[in-house]
Design a protein around this ligand. Structure first.
Ligand SMILES: Nc1ncnc2c1ncn2[C@@H]1O[C@H](COP(=O)(O)OP(=O)(O)OP(=O)(O)O)[C@@H](O)[C@H]1O
Ligand SMILES: [Mg+2]
Length: 601
C-alpha cells in the first residue's frame, strides 16, 4: 500500500500548487502593487549609484575641488538614502500581503482537511497529513517572500543594468551580461528540474518518518506493554535510511549544480573585466568606467548566484505545496445539502428506510434495515460484536453515507438537513470516547460552547462526574492529556456523557456509554441517563442487556438485518436470540451477586 501511495506522490500537480497561490492575491492587490512599485524604485536607485560613483571618480582623476564634487556627492548619497527608504516601504507593504495569503491558505486548508470525511482520514497516516500541511504553509510564505525580496529585484536590476551598459558602452558588454545571465538561468532551470524528483521522494520519505514517530508516540503504552522498543526501532531504521540516501543524493547533485553555475558566472564576468581592462589600457575607457563595470559585475553576480539558490528553494517549496494541493484536491465526498432543510422545532423521530451499507474497503454491514422510532421513545440495539451497531450510529451522524435507502429525521432525509439542525438534534456518547488535550471544562463545553460554568457543573453532576472532578487538584481546570490519557476509562466516559447531555439534544445516542464503569457507578449513571432521556428520543447500544431492558423497543441485529424486535418481555417470551443472550447474562449476574453478597475481608 505504501508503494502505491508513493507512486501517486511522484505525479506532481504543480499547476494546482501555483494557481493556489495566485487565487489568493487579488484580495491583496493594492499592497502587492504598492510593494512592486517601490521595489522598482529601489532597484533603479541602487542601479544608478555606480553611474554617479563613476562620475565622482572621473572628476577626482581629472583634478577637481570639493566644491565641484558636492552636487555629485549629494546625488550619490541621496540615491543610497532613497534606496533604503524605498526598500523599507516595499517591506512594510509586502509583509501583510505575504502573511495574509499564508493565513487565508492555512484557513482554507484546515477547514478543508476537517471537512474531509472520516473515510478519507482513516486511510491517511496522521503524522503524514499534518506534516504536509505545515510544510505547505511554510512553502507559501517562503515562495512569496523570495519572489518579492529576491527574484523580482534581481530581474529588474539585470534589465536595468543591461540597458545602462547598452547606452553607455560598446554593445558587447550588454550582450555578454545578457548571455551570461541567460546561460546561467537556462542551466539552473534544467538542472533544478532534474533534482526535483529527489525532493519529492525525500518528502515522501519524510512523511513516512513522521508517520512512524507519531504512531509510536500514540501507541507508547502498547510498545511498553509488549516491551517492543527494539522492534519499533527496526521499523523506523529503514525509513530514516531511505530519507538519508535521498538527502545525500539530492545534496551531491546540488553541489554539482552550484559548481557549474559558478563557472558560468566566472566566464561571463571575467570576459567583461578583461575587455574593460583592455579598453582602459587603450585609453578608450576611464578609470571611472572601469569602476562602473566592476561594480555592476559584482552587483549582478551575487544576486544572480542567489537567484540560482532561490530557484532551487522555490522548486522545493513547490514540491511542498504539491502535498498541500493534493489535500485540497481531495473531494469532500459527503457534501452538505445544496438547499439545507432547517428543522425549526425538531421532534426526534428517526426512520430507517431500507438502509443498506457497505464500507468502501469492507464487507456489506447492513442489509435493507427498516425501522422507525417515535419521538421520545427509548430504543436499543443489541447483537454480537462486529454486527454493525456502531456503524448504524455513524450513519446517523453522516460520518458515512448510506449505500442504499435513507435515514429520515422527522420525515426529512438526513442528507437534506442543515448542519446546524443536525448539531441541535443529535448528541452522542461514543463507544471509545476520545477527549481533546484541554481542560475538563473545555471538553464538556465542546458540547455547548457558550455554556456557563454552572451548566458545565450541572452536566457533570448528571453524568456522575462531578465528584471525581471536584477531588482533582485543579478541578474543572485539569488538563486531560492527549486524547484524554490522564483520566481512567470510566472517568473519560463520564466526561463524554456530560459533554453529550450539556447539549440538551432531541436525540441522545449512547454507544456502550457505561461499559467502562463498575456496576455501582453504572447504576448511578443509568439512573441519571433515565432522567436526562425523559422527553427525548434515546438510542442505546449495550452488551449488558440489563441496562437496556426497560427500552420501548429492542432491536436484535444479526447478519446485517434486524432479527428480532420488541420489548424485553416480548422478546423473552419469544424464546429467540435475545432470550438466549439474556439467559447467559442472567447466570453471570447471579454469580456476581453471590460474590458481592460475600462478607468483605
Ligand atoms: N472504517 C471501517 N472500514 C471498514 N470496515 C469497518 C470500518 N469500521 C467498522 N468496520 C467493520 O464493520 C463491521 C461492523 O462494525 P461496528 O463497529 O459497527 O460493530 P459493532 O456492532 O459496533 O461491534 P462492537 O459490539 O464490537 O462495538 C465490523 O465487521 C467491522 O470490522
Ligand atoms: Mg460498536
Amino acid at each position: 500500500m505504501s508503494s502505491m501511495s508513493s507512486e501517486k506522490t511522484q505525479k506532481t500537480t504543480h499547476g494546482i500548487g501555483i494557481s493556489y497561490l495566485f487565487q489568493f492575491m487579488p484580495k491583496y492587490a493594492g499592497l502587492i502593487v504598492t510593494s512592486m512599485f517601490f521595489l522598482i524604485l529601489a532597484t533603479v536607485a541602487s542601479s544608478l549609484q555606480p553611474v554617479w560613483l563613476k562620475k565622482i571618480i572621473d572628476q577626482i582623476a581629472g583634478g577637481t575641488t570639493l566644491q565641484g564634487l558636492s552636487a555629485l556627492l549629494i546625488t550619490y548619497f541621496g540615491l543610497k538614502a532613497f534606496e533604503a527608504l524605498f526598500e523599507f516601504i516595499r517591506d512594510v507593504s509586502f509583509a501583510p500581503a505575504e502573511m495574509g495569503i499564508w493565513r487565508s491558505i492555512s484557513e482554507r486548508l484546515f477547514s478543508h482537511m476537517i471537512s474531509l470525511p472520516v473515510s478519507y482520514h482513516n486511510e491517511q497516516r496522521v503524522g503524514g497529513t499534518s506534516r504536509k500541511v505545515s510544510r505547505g504553509g511554510r512553502a507559501v510564505s517562503f515562495i512569496l517572500d523570495f519572489l518579492i525580496s529576491n527574484i523580482l529585484p534581481t530581474i529588474f536590476s539585470i534589465i536595468f543594468v543591461t540597458v545602462v551598459l547598452f547606452r553607455l558602452y560598446a554593445p558587447i558588454y550588454a550582450v555578454i551580461t545578457f548571455l551570461t545571465v541567460a546561460a546561467y538561468t537556462a542551466f539552473t532551470l534544467y538542472a533544478t528540474d532534474k533534482r526535483q524528483k529527489y525532493r519529492l521522494a525525500a518528502n515522501e520519505a519524510d512523511d513516512e518518518v513522521s508517520a512512524i514517530e507519531v504512531d509510536s508516540i500514540g501507541n507508547i503504552d502498547t510498545i511498553k506493554y509488549f516491551n517492543n522498543e527494539p522492534f519499533q526501532l527496526q521499523r523506523y531504521l529503514p525509513v530514516i535510511n531511505k530519507r538519508y540516501n535521498l538527502s545525500v543524493a539530492s545534496n551531491n547533485l546540488f553541489a554539482l549544480i552550484s559548481g557549474v553555475q559558478g563557472i558560468i558566472l566566472l566566464v561571463g564576468m571575467g570576459t567583461i573585466l578583461y575587455l574593460g581592462i583592455l579598453q582602459n589600457l587603450r585609453g578608450e575607457l576611464t578609470i571611472g568606467d572601469l569602476v562602473l563595470l566592476t561594480t555592476y559585475v559584482t552587483q549582478l553576480a551575487s544576486p544572480v548566484a542567489v537567484l540560482g539558490f532561490i530557484y532551487r528553494q522555490i522548486k522545493d517549496g513547490l514540491a511542498d505545496l504539491d502535498g498541500m494541493a493534493k489535500i485540497m484536491a481531495e473531494e469532500v465526498t459527503i457534501k452538505e445539502p445544496e438547499h439545507p432543510v432547517h428543522i425549526e422545532d425538531p421532534k426526534g423521530a428517526v426512520e430507517f428506510s431500507n438502509v443498506s451499507f457497505k464500507y468502501a474497503t469492507g464487507r456489506q454491514v447492513l442489509k435493507n434495515v427498516s425501522l422507525s422510532v417515535k419521538p421520545g421513545e427509548k430504543v436499543a440495539f443489541v447483537g454480537p460484536s462486529g454486527v454493525g451497531k456502531s456503524t448504524i450510529v455513524k450513519l446517523m451522524f453522516r460520518l458515512y453515507e448510506v449505500t442504499d435507502g435513507a435515514i429520515l429525521i422527522d420525515g426529512v432525509p438526513l442528507a437534506d438537513i442543515s448542519k446546524e439542525s443536525r448539531r441541535d438534534i443529535f448528541a452522542i456518547v461514543p463507544q471509545e470516547p476520545v477527549l481533546f488535550n484541554a481542560t475538563i471544562s473545555e471538553n464538556i463545553r465542546f458540547g455547548k460552547p457558550d455554556a456557563t460554568d454552572a451548566e458545565v457543573e450541572a452536566a457533570a453532576k448528571l453524568a456522575n462526574a462531578h465528584n471525581f472532578i471536584a477531588a482533582l487538584e485543579k478541578k474543572y481546570e485539569t488538563t486531560v492529556g492527549e486524547r484524554g490519557v490522564k483520566l481512567s476509562g470510566g472517568e473519560k466516559q463520564r466526561v463524554a456523557i456530560a459533554r453529550a447531555i450539556i447539549k440538551d439534544p432531541r436525540i441522545l445516542i449512547f454507544d456502550e456509554a457505561t461499559s467502562a464503569l463498575d456496576s455501582h457507578s453504572e447504576e448511578i449513571i443509568q439512573e441519571s441517563l433515565q432522567r436526562v432521556s425523559k422527553g427525548r428520543t434515546t438510542i442505546a447500544i449495550a452488551h449488558r442487556l440489563s441496562t437496556i431492558a426497560d427500552s420501548d423497543v429492542i432491536y436484535v441485529l444479526k447478519d446485517g438485518k434486524i432479527a428480532e424486535q420488541g420489548t424485553h418481555n416480548l422478546l423473552l417470551a419469544k424464546g429467540g436470540i435475545y432470550s438466549e443472550m439474556w439467559r447467559i447474562q442472567a447466570e453471570q449476574r447471579e454469580a456476581e451477586e453471590v460474590l458481592e453478597a460475600l462478607p468483605e475481608d
